[in-house]
Design a protein around this ligand. Structure first.
Ligand SMILES: Cc1ncc(C[n+]2csc(CCO)c2C)c(N)n1
Length: 197
């Protein structure tokens, strides 16, 4: 019988959906998926979302690059998703854990400058001291080149997309070093015509 306790594999993943607020949504989504090098992650796209799985560095690299390519079109684009690590039974892409640590999209992503707003929520699973873990990460976010504000059920980060993703990655990475099963939800919006606050 399959166990429901946390797995030992450190495979990470992100399940996310891109929402281009544009008539050209098909081109924007499929164009971004085509332009990004996903060869170091397991990937599956369906009518609802895309899931990428592998090493933390590549999961973040690919998710960030996809959002940047979609936002580069200048259209109002949002992304919403969940990062996870240590999920029970998440083992069937373990071969991707043998990839080297060099991110494949950093050069092309580096050329794109894009402001965005993001709200994220960390969920260290199965721990009574989860609020301490979350507050530590919110405090650390204040030193990561992004504007940090409290929001209901989430923390708001504003700034350059690459700085936001790097703050998200650092939070997720430092929590997963202490907590076996961690999930982190996020929603990010770029080129929105609405006011920030
Ligand atoms: C990252 C991401 N992956 C899949 C979808 C679902 N989806 C909605 S429209 C479309 C293109 C035409 O089929 C696709 C794949 C999404 N929105 N964002």
């Amino acid at each position: 019988m399959a166990s429901n306790s946390c797995g030992t594999s450190r495979i990470a993943g992100c399940q996310f959906t891109l929402f281009p607020m544009s008539d050209k949504f098909v081109d924007i989504i499929l164009g971004a998926l085509e332009k990004v090098d996903t060869s170091k992650v397991w990937k599956n796209t369906d009518d609802v979302s895309t899931c990428v799985r592998g090493k933390i560095v590549h999961v973040f690299d690919v998710t960030e690059a996809l959002f940047l390519h979609a936002a580069k079109t200048g259209e109002h684009v949002a992304i919403s998703g969940t990062f996870s690590i240590g999920c029970p039974g998440d083992t069937d892409a373990d071969s991707y854990m043998d990839e080297s640590d060099t991110p494949l999209n950093i050069e092309t992503s580096g050329e794109i400058t894009q402001e965005a707003g993001c709200k994220f929520s960390l969920y260290p699973m199965g721990r009574e001291d989860y609020m301490d873990t979350i507050y530590t990460q919110i405090d650390l976010s204040k030193h990561r080149n992004v504007e940090v504000n409290a929001a209901h059920y989430a923390t708001r980060l504003d700034g350059d997309v690459k700085d936001i993703f790097s703050a998200l990655q650092q939070s997720f990475d430092s929590v997963q070093k202490k907590v076996s099963h961690v999930t982190m939800t996020f929603t990010m919006s770029a080129n929105s015509p609405s006011n920030k606050f």
